[in-house]
Design a binder for this molecule. Structure first.
Ligand code: KG4
Ligand code: ZN
Length: 316
């Protein structure tokens, strides 16, 4: 079964064709990120206008790369929530029109669940369920217990900023531009072993997170530090280490508490090199198998939408 997925929840315009919920035949992602950079964050009005211009071309390209005609598409899938309403509307309106013309079903997909499902794409050996899922993106940080593909229970979430949002804000404080995650990841490599203490709220006895405090400590630190003494790499590394440590600690504790041996990570922050390396090491020591999607599948993309839709169709 070939599913054509469409994803327009934030700044990206993406379309993908995925076979049987597993094999990615194409995954085209165009981002309007450069148009937002001078503002230091996403401007919803700019994002949706760009999506209106791009959607047709992106869908055509995804079919062409997949070597798939519209007549060989069995179902359509689209992100319906969460996201920026103007952006979501572009994908929803487009896919509703297309599904009407093609007389094929349209599956509505939750973006967050799809981020976790990205771990099942292009995998020779799919992860075993039940599992704990950690979604860490620019808009969300949450832990889920997944009994199966359709039964997700939220067991903890951020009480304020998302982890990705904290990366973006700290990068702005350090003058590293937007989006901040990749910039902090890069610069932190030369700041290792020079740790400053940036405490992160523990929120003990829960699987909840809080990242607004650490962002403020970085702000105060940089304000107090004379500009000539500010070592950005050292600040970036220390901030990243504290965030990564708490994400790992709570994810592994959730695996222990729910007695599961599979941990699935998804969302843009899953691209973080320190998180990937450290979590692989610590999970292995506890006999837990941890999965990260391939880098392009960590960020927002339509392949995860088309893939997850297949599971929703199978249920019907
Ligand atoms: O999942 P995503 O593409 O969009 C949302 O649904 O939010 O995630 C984007 C977020 C941004 O906050 C970005 O700074 C962060 O993911 N990010 C990273 C890295 N690459 C992207 N954070 C840390 N390290 C990275 N390498
Ligand atoms: Zn996302």
């Amino acid at each position: 079964m070939n599913v054509l997925g469409i994803e327009t929840s934030c700044d990206e315009t993406s379309a993908a064709v995925v076979k049987n919920g597993k094999t990615v035949l194409s995954n085209i992602v165009l981002s309007s990120l450069r148009d937002h950079q001078k503002f230091g964050g996403i401007i919803p009005e700019i994002a949706s206008r760009r999506q209106i211009e791009l959607i047709n071309t992106v869908v055509k390209q995804s079919l062409s790369v997949a070597k798939c005609k519209l007549s060989s598409i069995d179902a359509l899938a689209v992100t319906t929530h969460p996201g920026l309403i103007g952006s979501l509307l572009v994908g929803i309106s487009f896919s509703r029109g297309l599904s009407h013309v093609l007389q094929k079903i349209l599956v509505e997909v939750n973006h967050i669940k799809a981020h976790i499902y990205a771990n099942f794409l292009d995998q020779p050996q799919p992860p075993r369920l039940p599992a704990i899922g950690l979604v860490v993106s620019g808009g969300h940080t949450a832990l889920y217990y997944l009994k199966n593909h359709l039964d997700y229970k939220i067991i903890g979430q951020t009480q304020d900023d998302a982890a990705g949002e904290a990366f973006d804000k700290v990068a702005l404080i350090l003058g590293l531009g937007y989006p901040g995650g990749p910039a902090i990841d890069r610069i932190a490599k030369s700041g290792q072993n020079q740790k400053i203490k940036f405490p992160v709220a523990e929120l003990k006895n829960s699987f909840n997170f809080s990242f607004s405090g650490i962002k403020t400590s970085v702000l105060y630190y940089t304000r107090q530090c004379p500009p000539k003494d500010l070592n950005k790499a050292k600040v970036a590394y220390s901030f990243q280490k504290s965030v990564v440590d708490i994400l790992i600690k709570k994810s592994l504790a959730a695996c222990q508490s729910y007695k599961v041996k599979t941990l699935l990570i998804g969302g843009g922050v899953a691209a973080n090199s320190e998180l990937r390396a450290e979590l692989l090491k610590q999970a292995a020591a506890q006999g837990i198998t941890v999965y990260f999607p391939a880098l392009p599948l960590c960020l927002d993309n339509a392949a995860m939408i088309a893939g997850y839709a297949y599971q929703l169709i199978k249920k019907k």
